[in-house]
Ligand binder design. Structure first.
Ligand SMILES: *Cc1c(COP(=O)(O)O)cnc(C)c1O
Length: 373
């Protein structure tokens, strides 16, 4: 069993993907070819946002969004420590300071009730992450942001396709950023990402920043980056988009099957009824993670940990001397993601669930893991 089965997905869309790739090879417009605009239109329509700008990666999406908002040295951006490193890294790369707010231990997303206490005169934006595919508490976050005139950038790298109160993730705040890294819910075959907004001025700024701040050929109106998504990767996403809604339904069905077998017997990351996860990950909460991972692996079941160390405890971020985030620290020791993907069979889900329950029951009284925080 694979943790994320990309091969079955390729085979399900093979002729469409092959045709799309060959069309690019034939027309030869490898940079900013027609597939780029076509994908941006289709993704904008899918998300409900007015504008979509494809970019080189999810990380680049976050950097470009921050740059377009004019965020830099001396500014603070509030975010979660329980995410992939890129969330905080983007903030640091533009010269700003990440300010970490602890998570809600139920959902593992940023706790909106702890945000306001961290707002200072330097705060410019809030960057929540829709972790594991489930949108963060965007309405509460947007309300705080509008009271304090802050921008909200949703790091939706894991949640493309998710919904929140009837709207799509990426269209829930000032700017939404996603990633097409191969293992994300909508992946390409390399690096790629996209930015969403309904603000025309921000969209224009982000289009320019993506291409070295260029407003017309060789007229560089602002400082930018080399941040384009290449035509071949856009072609792959276009081909995969046709099956995406079906894939989301499939993920939902398999997650419900995991839920039915595990809930009440094993700790699960909580989900809220007003939103629908894209299930980038299916994550359980266990006490003896290392032992369980080893036992599952022996049974042929790969697992992964997202994330073993909260960002504020990473060596490169220690100098920020962030306030303690006890929930993020506690969950970092206990979360374990299990195989999930639209091409998994129901039998495979049952097999993983039973192996999990068997392993959890064998709980040993042994030593607790070394504390990270
Ligand atoms: C994957 C990911 C990113 C970065 O995306 P890349 O396309 O790999 O640059 C950023 N934030 C989160 C939460 C992610 O999961």
């Amino acid at each position: 069993m694979e943790f994320i089965d990309l091969k079955s997905q390729y085979h399900a869309s093979r002729s469409a993907i092959d045709q799309r790739i060959h069309a690019v090879l034939e027309h030869g417009q490898y940079i900013m070819g027609p597939e780029v605009a076509e994908l941006e239109q289709r993704l904008a329509r899918f998300s409900g946002a007015r504008e979509c700008i494809t970019v080189a990666s999810g990380t680049e999406a976050l950097i470009i969004a921050l740059m377009a908002l004019g965020i830099g040295a001396g500014d603070e951006v509030i975010t979660t420590p329980f995410s992939f490193i890129a969330t905080a890294e983007a903030i640091v790369l533009v010269g700003a300071t990440p300010v970490f707010v602890d998570i809600d231990p139920t959902t593992c997303n940023i706790d909106p009730f702890l945000i306001e206490a961290k707002i200072t005169a330097r705060t410019r934006a809030i960057m929540p992450v829709s972790l594991f595919g489930q949108p963060a508490d965007m309405e509460e976050i947007n309300a705080i942001a509008s009271r304090h005139r802050l921008a909200v950038i949703e790091d939706a790298a894991q949640s493309f396709g998710a919904t929140y109160r009837g709207k799509r993730s990426c269209n829930l705040s000032t700017i939404g950023c996603t990633s097409f890294f191969p293992s994300k819910p909508l992946g390409c075959y390399g690096d790629g990402g996209a930015i969403f907004t309904s603000d025309a001025d921000l969209a224009q700024a982000m289009r320019e920043i993506r291409v070295h701040g260029q407003s017309r050929r060789y007229v560089h109106t602002r400082i930018g980056v080399g941040g384009r998504m290449d035509t071949l990767q856009c072609a792959v996403v276009l081909a995969k988009l046709d099956l995406f809604e079906w894939e989301l339904e499939q993920r939902t069905r398999l997650a419900a099957r995991y839920d039915a077998l595990l809930s009440g017997r094993l700790g699960l990351v909580g989900r809220r009824p007003d939103r629908h996860s894209a299930f980038a990950q299916y994550t359980v909460i266990v006490d003896q993670r290392e032992r369980m991972q080893a036992e599952l692996l022996t049974a042929g079941i790969p697992t992964a940990v997202h994330y073993p160390v909260p960002i504020h405890k990473q060596p490169a971020y220690a100098h920020l001397a962030a306030d303690p985030c006890p929930m993020a620290c506690a969950l970092a020791e206990k979360v374990m993601s299990v195989p999930m993907g639209p091409y998994m069979t129901a039998d495979a889900v049952d097999g993983v669930a039973f192996a999990l329950l068997r392993s959890a029951q064998a709980e040993l009284p042994g030593e607790p893991a070394d504390a990270i925080c």
